[in-house]
Design a binder for this molecule. Structure first.
Ligand code: NAG
Ligand code: NAG
Length: 721
């Protein structure tokens, strides 16, 4: 520049010189330009004006060069050099325009002026300056990478290279370089990675701005990360019972747990609830610690296990939640007794069953578990005699099968009741009872038994007499039979198997009544024999036979000779027996009298009129006796009673319906009638023996006792035993 200026001034000088005077007389048409850097010290030479103007030094001596304007910056020294009066600041004024005035020493003074243009060039005298010393910005976490965080700006008053600014991180934590990036030219800071509040909630960094001349400045950036609700709460169980007994009290602690949430503020506040509708509740204790406790009754039989899901939710917007489950097993307690499947058991067993046969099966169930639900069966009571029970029935303790221990007999035992118990093996054990009624069914195992006619005690046959003039339909006698079975098995029918004169007699099919079917004819024998079968209605039927001897006679005397040769010869020992029996009878009668006396005395002492009356009635009826009492449960249409007049020794068979006084209602009466019966038995025996003896005598002294036999149409020649 200096060279070009000199060249130019030389050209100017060459151009100017011939016109110097005239030039100086007018205005200098050429400008002088200088370019000087700013900040040069005072007195620095800007340029040699005389030389640059092309004036001779001697010319200049007389000339006076002055600078008008910008006088505070520039002056012309004695060597006609332009020097700096004070340093220039380009940033204040980048160019100066001076007017140079030259004066000669003539008279009048002639002056000429010229302009000097001075350009101030830049020196790097200004550092970059940030718009703020400290920047504070907030940034939400989780913004996508590349998001602009902040743009810092610094300015530099210099120009050109001196004003070219580059930015850089000054102090750098290791992680910041990974998290953020800085545009060196623009000063923009961007996120490089996902920003996580939970890793660091704020960052502080310094950024340096440096210009091309090497001057630098620094600023501080404080970056606060704003929390987002990006973490769900966590439930962690610290202790869990795996099982709880079903009878656990309310409030029993099942588990302890704690919640965590990494977020802060509301985002980190957690509430817990149970998802299922279960009998448990959450109790909060301090510091996010919770207890899970029982709230309702537990029943293992209904719900053996619970899955409890705890849902933890924070208060962020939107809220986040998470859930954790625990499985709780309910442990069994013996709280259920066994239950029989039926309220009552009724079984039917046919009699004559094989001993050991299974007759019933009871079963109970228990909803408890293991031993608490394990059932054993036993028989705890029955309506049988306590000692007899074990000989009648037993139960298998495991299966509940009831076994007969013997063959049952319907005729002895129609039914019995057992109380069975089902008992579990819990501690304490629970039990329940059930009744089992065993009905012993009938089988046709008893043949009919003929009560009348019967053989005499010595095996002799009895006979009935029929009046010679008996009309058709005359009731001669009646076959009386019983059957110990019941129902059809005891429903008897009567059949004639053999008759000496068929058609002479008719036999009632159900009644067993023997009637004359027609009148006795001339040619009919006086003695008739009927073989009768008595059959029951069982399947197969059982039967018995009876032989009836019927004698047509108007009195016994007529009949006896016929009979005597048919009757069984007497026992050779009968005579001896006769005496023994008489002696026995006497003793018995004495004994009976003694007993009656004793009872009478006792009754008198108790002086109860009813019992006394009863006793009296028993005494009155003591001479009557019946065979019906023993068979009252049979199906005979009537009761048949043999009446005996003991004083006369005469017998009479009567058809009677049972009368109430025959069954005295009171025990004492029973007792008395028992005694009566006993005595009757003895009397009977005596009577029989007497009868036999009498019969024997008949053979020898045919008429001596004939009056004893009373002919009454239906008659018996001997006593029934
Ligand atoms: C509890 O959860 C387990 C495993 O998920 C499942 O097998 C079981 O059936 C659940 N029990 C109940 C009572 O829901
Ligand atoms: C079952 O019967 C037995 C004997 O009769 C009795 O002791 C017991 O108390 C009864 N048990 C129940 C639960 O009724």
């Amino acid at each position: 520049m200096g060279n070009s200026a000199k060249q130019r001034s030389r050209i100017q000088r060459q151009v100017l010189f011939p016109f110097l005077l005239p030039l100086f007389c007018g205005t200098l048409s050429e400008q002088i330009r200088y370019s000087i850097p700013e900040e040069m010290a005072r007195g620095s030479v800007v340029g040699n004006l005389a030389e640059d103007l092309g004036l001779q030094v001697q010319d200049l001596l007389s000339r006076n060069l002055r600078v008008s304007a910008e006088k505070q910056y520039f002056t012309v020294n004695t060597e006609n050099e332009l020097v700096l009066e004070k340093p220039l600041d380009r940033e204040q004024q980048s160019s100066h325009l001076l007017v140079l005035t030259a004066m000669d020493g003539g008279n009048p003074v002639r002056t000429g002026t010229t302009e000097i243009r001075i350009k101030v060039t830049d020196a790097n005298d200004n550092p970059p300056v940030f718009s703020q010393d400290e920047y504070k910005v907030n940034l939400r976490e989780n913004v996508p990478p590349g998001t602009s965080v902040l743009m810092v700006t610094a300015t530099d008053l210099d120009e050109g290279l001196n004003a070219e600014i580059t930015y850089s991180f000054k102090t750098l934590r290791d992680d910041i370089g990974n998290m953020f990036m800085l545009d060196h030219q623009s000063g923009e800071i961007k996120s490089k990675d996902l920003i996580d509040f939970e890793i660091s909630s704020s960052y502080t960094m310094s950024i340096e701005a440096k210009d091309g001349g090497g001057m630098a400045a620094e600023c501080k950036i404080i970056l606060d990360i704003l929390d987002e609700n990006d973490n769900a709460p966590d439930v962690v169980f610290t202790s869990v019972s795996s099982s709880v007994p079903e009878d656990a009290e309310l409030g029993t602690v099942i588990a302890l747990f704690k919640t965590y949430d990494k977020d802060s503020g509301e985002n980190g506040k957690v509430t817990c609830l149970i998802k299922e509708n279960v009998p448990f509740r959450i109790e909060s204790s301090a510091n996010n610690y919770y207890k899970l406790v029982t709230e309702g009754a537990l029943d293992r039989e209904q719900t053996p296990e619970y899955n409890i899901t705890i849902i933890a939710t924070d208060k962020g917007e939107p809220p986040l939640s998470s859930s954790t489950s625990v499985t709780l097993h309910i442990a069994d307690v013996n709280d259920n007794p066994p239950v029989f499947h039926q309220d009552f058991y009724m079984v039917q067993v046919s009699e004559n069953n094989p001993p050991g046969a299974s007759i019933a099966h009871v079963s109970a169930s228990d909803s408890d578990l293991g031993p608490n639900g394990h059932i054993s069966y036993s028989i705890v009571a029955s309506d049988l005699e306590p000692r007899a029970l074990s000989s009648y029935a037993s139960v298998n303790s495991q299966s509940g099968v009831v076994f007969a221990q013997r063959a049952f007999d319907h005729e002895q035992l129609r039914a019995f009741e057992l109380t069975l118990q089902a008992r579990d093996h819990g501690l304490p054990a629970l039990s329940v009872n059930v009744s089992v009624r065993v009905l012993v069914g009938d089988r046709n195992d008893n043949a009919p038994r003929v009560l009348y006619p019967a053989l005499g005690p010595d095996g002799s046959a009895l006979f009935d007499t029929v009046p010679l003039a008996a009309q058709p339909g005359y009731l001669v006698t009646k076959v009386v039979a019983i059957d110990a079975d019941s129902g059809h098995n005891a429903w008897l029918s009567y059949h004639v198997l053999q008759a000496s004169e068929p058609g002479l007699f008719s036999l009632g099919f159900r009644t067993g009544e023997v009637r004359t079917a027609r009148a006795l004819g001339e040619r009919d024998a006086a003695r008739q024999r009927l073989l009768v079968a008595v059959r029951d209605g069982g399947q197969p039927p059982l039967s018995a036979t009876a032989t009836l001897y019927l004698v047509f006679a108007d009195n016994l005397q007529e009949a006896l000779p016929d009979l005597s040769n048919r009757l069984t010869p007497s026992d050779p020992q009968a005579e001896l027996q006769f005496y023994l029996v008489v002696a026995l009878a006497l003793i018995s009668v004495l004994f009976l009298l003694a007993v009656i006396l004793a009872i009478a005395l006792r009754l008198r002492r108790s002086s109860s009129p009813t019992t006394w009356g009863c006793f009296q009635s028993a005494l009155c009826s003591k001479t009557e006796f019946g065979v019906s009492a023993n068979y009252s449960e049979g199906t005979l249409p009537y009761s048949y009673n043999l009446y005996l007049a003991s004083d006369s020794g005469k017998t009479k068979l009567n058809l009677l319906t049972k009368t109430p006084e025959m069954a005295p209602p009171q025990d004492l009466c029973k007792e008395a009638s028992l005694i009566g019966e006993k005595s009757r038995e003895i009397l009977l025996t005596v009577h029989v023996k007497l009868g036999k003896h009498r019969q024997k005598l008949d053979n020898h002294l045919s008429d001596c006792e004939a009056t004893e036999w009373r002919n009454s149409g239906t008659q018996q020649s001997d006593f029934k035993n």
